[in-house]
Design a protein around this ligand. Structure first.
Ligand SMILES: C[S@@+](CC[C@H](N)C(=O)[O-])C[C@H]1O[C@@H](n2cnc3c(N)ncnc32)[C@H](O)[C@@H]1O
Length: 468
């Protein structure tokens, strides 16, 4: 049985009334319902998981449990996510060509969905303040096959100083007191106190103050948390409306009943009813709050509505020369290229022998900690080119011919970093799949040995294999 803090129990009894509060406390005792999304960027879309319980309103999302060793996950075909947490990105509804910022992005649940919505057109800036979490964010965005993401490891303040009025949409999935996580992660209970809620509220205001600076006039801000606390939800939205020129937009959901924001828990603004509240007792997932706001015009903001002119610096990045193009072409020739790769020879830039197609070329003149910019194509070595893991994941978006499909046994050995013996006429770089889901590059030598190109940092430990 969960040991909930007395202040927490009293607070929600007062807010919800005894009966609803009891429903809430009881629901926190149940196991969370697992769910996953299928990646529409990947052509296969063939997954072995059951798809008979869809999450209404969210594209290609279903209740069900997936595991991190399955080819579906390793190939970036599915992403495990709490069902309610799928809604903020769905509500953001990014359109191809837009500039979208996911300001608090790791591990990447929202970013992967936003990248999918953009369909490789426009820009997704996925930012994460924590270095270690930014690394996980990169892995997830890479696995998903997204080619137009700039991944940064910055504070909101630093980003805002470089990119004023720049984005069409900004998602702030804010760090919060995590009351919605209580049943998933009991540790969240130990952090809880009224003071912690105040601390979170202050941090949310700080983050949002910077987010607003980066939004263009008419742009949309999607604010979400996974907590129930009105201080971090309705009261934050009221604060945004009072201090900046925001309008709270209605959110339409079909065929499901969710609770709405409670004006009486903030300043009484009736438009707070436009916001959404997912409670665990709704059985739509963990706790989640979502608001969609539009930055409407005001005289003061009109003055500074265009992106800041940037000084040109030497970027130290060069276009590909003829010799480099030939080396890369030799490797890419056997593969079918998705649209965003078709102009690689013109768009590719080289820096310290690394070749990339930047999602945001101008970023070189900014002062930001960049984790990845667009597609890392690979690395130029002495008279040869070695393709990157990210390239394999982007190529996996469309049907390929130069593929070796491994048995489940060989697949598990490959994930562990072993070389595998295979019977094939193909030589050189190949895409590697299991259940026809592409998850890596490999290289076949003359004696039928498949050299392992699965990145060392992603390899599984032997223990995982034995348990399978
Ligand atoms: C709720 S999580 C984001 C989850 C993510 N959007 C997803 O869907 O996978 C909040 C993130 O905010 C980050 N964060 C913490 N403090 C922050 C701050 N002061 N400014 C910006 N981000 C912060 C945390 O490291 C964490 O990764």
């Amino acid at each position: 049985m969960l040991k909930l803090p007395v202040d927490f129990l009293n607070k929600y009894q007062a807010l919800l009334g005894a009966e609803k509060a009891k429903e809430l406390f009881t629901s926190l005792e149940y196991s969370p319902k697992k769910a996953y999304r299928i990646n529409s960027l990947k052509w296969q879309n063939q997954v072995s998981y059951k798809q008979d319980e869809p999450i209404l309103n969210v594209n290609a999302a279903f209740y069900g449990k997936i595991t991190g060793l399955d080819p579906e996950w390793v190939s970036g075909t599915v992403y495990s996510q709490d069902p309610a947490a799928m809604f903020p990105a769905m509500i953001a509804a990014a359109k191809p060509g837009e500039r979208v910022l996911d300001l608090c992005a790791a591990p990447g649940g929202k970013s992967t969905a936003l990248g999918e919505q953009l369909q490789s057109q426009g820009l997704l800036l996925a930012n994460e303040i924590s270095r270690s979490r930014a690394k996980i964010l990169r892995e997830n965005i890479e696995r998903w096959g997204i080619s137009n993401a700039l991944i940064t490891n910055e504070t909101p303040q630093k980003l805002a100083s470089q990119l004023p009025h720049f984005f069409d949409k900004i998602v702030v999935d804010a760090p919060c007191s995590g009351e919605g996580m209580f049943r998933k992660n009991n540790e969240a209970i130990s952090y809880w106190s009224p003071d912690y809620i105040s601390f979170c509220q202050k941090r949310q205001k700080d983050i949002l103050t910077e987010a607003v600076k980066m939004l263009r006039l008419g742009g949309e801000l999607i604010y979400s948390t996974c907590t129930f606390a009105p201080e971090e939800n309705e009261q934050i939205v009221s604060w945004l409306v009072t201090n900046f020129n925001f309008e709270i937009l209605p959110i339409k959901l079909a065929k499901i009943a969710v609770d709405h924001g409670h004006p009486e828990w903030a300043d009484g603004n009736l438009l707070l009813k436009n916001t959404l509240r997912f409670w665990p007792f709704d059985e739509l997932g963990e706790g989640q709050f979502v608001a969609k706001l539009k930055l409407v015009k005001s005289e003061s903001q009109l003055v500074k509505s265009s992106p800041k002119k940037r000084r040109k610096h030497g970027t130290n990045q060069n276009l590909l020369n003829k010799e480099q193009i030939l080396l890369i072409k030799k490797v890419l020739e056997p593969f079918n290229l998705p649209n965003e790769l078709k102009n690689w020879s013109k768009l590719g830039l080289v820096q310290n022998n690394h070749v990339c197609i930047p999602a945001f070329p101008e970023v070189a003149s900014l002062h930001l900690k960049i984790i990845n910019n667009g597609i890392d194509l690979g690395i130029l070595k002495k008279k040869r080119f070695e393709p990157s893991h990210q390239l394999a994941m982007v190529l996996g978006q469309i049907e390929q011919n130069q593929v070796i499909n491994l048995s489940k046994q060989d697949y598990l050995c490959y994930l562990h970093g072993e070389t595998v013996r295979i019977d094939t006429e193909i030589r050189g770089f190949v895409l590697i799949s299991c259940h026809n889901l592409i998850f890596s590059f490999g290289k076949v030598s003359g004696d039928g040995i498949l050299k392992n190109f699965y990145p060392k940092g992603l390899r599984t430990v032997k223990k995982g294999l034995q348990n399978d």
